[in-house]
Design a protein around this ligand. Structure first.
Ligand SMILES: Cc1ncc(COP(=O)(O)O)c(C=O)c1O
Length: 360
C-alpha cells in the first residue's frame, strides 16, 4: 500500500483506514452484487438497503429520536445558510445569530435576504478568538442559530447556548458533529457538511425536528423545501449515493470504537496534549482563549509570519500535511477530527520541539 502520512487538513479530512479499505472493495462490487457502489441505482434494492442501514445507524449511534428527520442533502453547509431562513424565517420575523466566526457571518448574511436578523453576540472585536459568554436576544426570535465549532478560528461551544423559552435552536455542527455526545432534543435543527467527521464532500447531513419541516411556505422551489426531502427519504432526485454509503461506514466505525462518548474521550486527550505542548513552548502559542479552545481545530502561531511559513514547510518534510492556517488568520491549524490518530499529535509535538530548538 502507498504510505499514508498525517493529514491535518480542515476538510476534506482524514477518514478511518478500515472505512477507506471497505469502500475500495465496494467500488468494484457492493457485497456480492457484482456492481460497484458508484454504479448502483439509488432506487434499487442494494442501495436502498445501504440507505436504510445508514439511517438506522445514525439513529442508534447519534441517539436521534424518532420525531426528527435525518436528511442527506447536497449543496454543502453553505446551502443550509439560506435554506434554513427560506423555510423557517418569515419576512416580518427576526432570527438571532451568535456570530463567532467567518461561517456564522456567512450564515447571517444569507438570512438577511429573507427576514430580520439580530446579532445575539459576537467575538469579532478580538478576531473571533473566544466564545462570548453574554448574549442578548431579540424578544421572540424565529430561531437562534450558532456554529458549534469555528473551524477557521479554533473555538468551540461545549454547551448549547441558553435560548429564550420556546425558541428553536439551530446549529451548524459541520466541524464537530459526532465528536462528543449531543442531546438532540435541545435542538430544532443540526446540520453539517460531511467532509470533516462524517465522510466525503458532497453530502450534507440535516437533522430536523419533524414539526419544523411542515412549517415552510409551499411556494418555495421544490428542491429547497425540507418537506420534499423528508417525504421522499432524501430521494426526490438522485441522492449522493456514495456519500451516504461512506457515511454509513463511518457511523458503523464510530459504533465499533465504543460510540461517540468513547471518541470524545480520545478527542479530548489529543487536543489537551497539543494545547499543553503549546502552553509550555517558548516559540509556539495557541491563538484561542483557554476557555474557548476547540478540540477539533487547534490554531497556533509563532508570532512571526515568516517563521510560521518555515514551520509549515519543515513539518511537511516530516510527513505532517495540511498545517497551514486559513488564509484569513494565517499561522497554523492542526485539525484533529475523529479519525485523526493520536500518534499524529505526538509526531506534531515532536516536530514542534525540534523546530523550537533551532529557532527559539
Ligand atoms: C463550520 C462550517 N460551516 C460551514 C462550512 C461550509 O461548508 P460547505 O463547504 O460544505 O458549504 C464549513 C466549511 O469548512 C465549516 O467549517
Amino acid at each position: 500500500m502507498v504510505k499514508r502520512i498525517y493529514n491535518f487538513s480542515s476538510g476534506p479530512a482524514v477518514l478511518p483506514l478500515p472505512v477507506l479499505e471497505e469502500a475500495r472493495e465496494a467500488l468494484l462490487s457492493l457485497g456480492e452484487t457484482g456492481i460497484g457502489i458508484l454504479e448502483h441505482s439509488h432506487r434499487g434494492k442494494a442501495f436502498l438497503s445501504v440507505y436504510n442501514e445508514t439511517v438506522a445507524l445514525f439513529r442508534e449511534v447519534g441517539r436521534i429520536p424518532d420525531d426528527y428527520e435525518i436528511l442527506f442533502l447536497q449543496g454543502g453547509a453553505s446551502t443550509q445558510f439560506f435554506m434554513l431562513p427560506m423555510n423557517l424565517l418569515a419576512k416580518d420575523q427576526t432570527a438571532d445569530y451568535l456570530v463567532t466566526g467567518a461561517w456564522s457571518e456567512k450564515a447571517i448574511g444569507e438570512a438577511k435576504r429573507y427576514g430580520n436578523t439580530h446579532v445575539a453576540c459576537t467575538s469579532k472585536d478580538r478576531n473571533f478568538c473566544y466564545i462570548p459568554k453574554t448574549r442578548t436576544y431579540s424578544p421572540r426570535p424565529a430561531y437562534v442559530h450558532f456554529t458549534s465549532n469555528n473551524t477557521i478560528f479554533g473555538t468551540e461551544f461545549f454547551e448549547e447556548p441558553a435560548v429564550p423559552e420556546g425558541s428553536p435552536l439551530i446549529c451548524d455542527a459541520s466541524s464537530d458533529i459526532f465528536s462528543r455526545p449531543l442531546d438532540i432534543k435541545r435542538y430544532a435543527v443540526i446540520y453539517a457538511g460531511a467532509q470533516k467527521n462524517l465522510g466525503p464532500a458532497g453530502t450534507t447531513l440535516v437533522i430536523i425536528r419533524k414539526d419544523l419541516v411542515e412549517r415552510a411556505p409551499k411556494d418555495l422551489p421544490t428542491m429547497l423545501q425540507y418537506r420534499t426531502h423528508a417525504s421522499n427519504e432524501s430521494m426526490y432526485n438522485t441522492c449522493p449515493t456514495f456519500g451516504i454509503y461512506v457515511m454509513g461506514l463511518i457511523v458503523k466505525w464510530i459504533k465499533n470504537q465504543g460510540g461517540i462518548a468513547a471518541l470524545e474521550t480520545r478527542n479530548k486527550a489529543k487536543a489537551d496534549k497539543l494545547y499543553a505542548a503549546l502552553d509550555s513552548s517558548r516559540l509556539f502559542k495557541a491563538t484561542a482563549d483557554r476557555d474557548s479552545r476547540s478540540r477539533m481545530n487547534v490554531t497556533f502561531v509563532t508570532g512571526k509570519e515568516e517563521l510560521d511559513g518555515e514551520f509549515v514547510k519543515f513539518a511537511e518534510k516530516q510527513g505532517l500535511d495540511g498545517l497551514k492556517g486559513h488564509r484569513s488568520v494565517g499561522g497554523m491549524r492542526a485539525s484533529l477530527y475523529n479519525a485523526f490518530p493520536a500518534e499524529g499529535v505526538d509526531a506534531l509535538i515532536d516536530a514542534m520541539k525540534r523546530f523550537e530548538s533551532q529557532h527559539a
